[in-house]
Design a protein around this ligand. Structure first.
Ligand SMILES: *Cc1c(COP(=O)(O)O)cnc(C)c1O
Length: 438
């Protein structure tokens, strides 16, 4: 007698889809009336293999993470090698070479000031840890503060503390009124990576911070690219202005580079391109090359010292899978691939390919804006996109896209070749046409 029977996973696509619909909840999805999910049975390079036999180019890098594509021999070997040593070991009271090697690498590549690394299992948790660090920093100084200041249009995660600093209109605030702490929102940084600094925006932000300076623990923003909040680009000068305002009021600056880190914007890290040293830095997504979920929160010695001088004497956080050795081993190999510098040419090539290919979307009906920065290409639509129509139009071009809100966008793997970049851009333009019904 067994306690339960383990059902086999069917090979048949229709059966897979039926079971998925019956039991599996998808992100931001209805369980009772789900939109279609396409079963994937394999992936290699920049291509996903669907269960129905189709092979499509991945324009999403699996939510911006798989920068070196799928089944990369170096990353696969790092995972296998670590599997033969140990998949996991607890991090309380123990340590291991993978975590130490990854911390060394992160400290080396994130620039001045970032000396200490706290590992966690996802970006949202990494941002939670950053917020906790900031609050414990002020407790350590004997001046407890719990408010945060951010800008409109941001995205920092789906857990409760992070939702509270997502855009108050586009985010989920209205769904959780009364549950989320109320933070301060400065205007969205003016659009344009190359735009001159808008003094009116600086003045409005400075005014808000000055009025609440004594309560604000930290300013938290995504430097130069607001990702899931709207795929908007702003100038590094805005990030520098925030650093100056924080310095003027003795407030901490948390930079969330979970989307922008590791070359995505064309710069190694957005804060380095902006020549800004944050007090606390969050990285995640591409850190393991899309293999395993892992994030890291880095900070300066001054932050660490104050956190640890407080009543707790420690940072009060410790995820079960903290510094998971498998994830750490793949992350080290992934960072070593990036260290060759090949990403610079790859990202520049994608940027040029997207600029050329997406120009055809300019002026199409229901297209509000077309923009490209690094390996990020965006067609912003007038009104919400018809997700199903755009997805199907892209698939008909052999490309996987996942539009949301009013955005048809791509963040392809850095290893995407020129012909595939052209194909992705064509699929996006076809998506924009399908969205407008033309
Ligand atoms: C994706 C993202 C997060 C959340 O990361 P998860 O791993 O999905 O929890 C936080 N901040 C930014 C800027 C992100 O892009």
């Amino acid at each position: 007698m067994t306690d339960f029977v383990t059902p086999g996973v069917p090979a048949d696509t229709a059966e897979l889809i039926a079971l998925d619909r019956a039991h599996v909840w998808h992100p931001y999805a209805s369980m009772t009336d789900p939109t279609p999910a396409y079963p994937v049975v394999g992936a290699s390079g920049v291509r996903l293999q669907f269960a129905d036999g189709r092979e499509v180019v991945d324009g999403m890098s699996s939510w911006w993470a798989a920068i070196h594509g799928y089944r990369h021999p170096v990353l696969d070997a790092a995972a296998r090698d670590q599997l033969d040593r140990m998949s996991h070991v607890m991090f309380g009271g123990l340590t291991h070479p993978g975590a130490i090697g990854l911390a060394q690498r992160l400290v080396a590549i994130t620039g001045e000031g970032m000396e200490h690394v706290f590992f966690s299992d996802s970006g949202s948790v990494g941002v939670e840890v950053a917020i906790k660090m900031a609050l414990q920093y002020w407790r350590g100084r004997g001046e407890p503060r719990q408010r945060l200041l951010t800008v409109r249009g941001g995205y920092h995660g789906d857990t409760f503390a992070t939702m509270a600093v997502c855009d108050p209109v586009g985010g989920m605030h209205h769904l959780f009124t009364g549950v989320l702490p109320e933070h301060l929102f400065a205007p969205r940084p003016p659009d344009g990576y190359d735009a001159p600094l808008d003094e009116a925006w600086v003045a409005a932000t400075a005014d808000l911070l000055a009025r609440h300076a004594g309560e604000v623990a930290a300013v938290i923003v995504e430097p130069t690219v607001q990702g899931a909040g709207g795929m908007r680009f702003h100038s590094p000068a805005c990030v520098r202005a925030l650093r100056e305002l924080c310095d003027a009021h003795g407030v901490l600056l948390i930079l969330d580079e979970i989307a922008t880190g590791f070359g995505r914007t064309g710069a190694w890290f957005a804060h380095l391109a902006a020549d800004v040293v944050p007090d606390i830095l969050c990285v995640g997504k591409a850190m393991t090359g899309g293999y395993l979920s892992m994030a890291a929160t880095l900070c300066t010695p001054a932050v660490a010292a104050s956190v640890c001088s407080g009543e707790a004497g420690a940072l009060m956080h410790g995820p079960t899978y903290m510094a998971n050795p498998l994830a750490a081993a793949v992350a080290c190999a992934n960072l070593d691939l990036l260290a060759t510098g090949a990403w610079r040419e790859q990202v520049a090539g994608i940027e040029a390919g997207l600029r050329a290919g997406l120009a055809a979307a300019d002026g199409l009906p229901k297209v509000a804006d077309v923009r490209v920065l690094g390996a990020i290409g965006v067609i912003e639509t007038v009104g919400p996109v018809d997700v199903r129509a755009v997805t199907e139009a892209a698939l008909a071009h052999g490309v996987w896209l996942r539009p949301f809100s009013n955005l048809i966008y791509t963040m392809p793997p850095y290893v995407t070749g020129a012909a595939d970049v052209t194909r992705i851009a064509a699929a996006m333009v076809a998506g924009a046409r399908a969205n407008a019904g033309v």
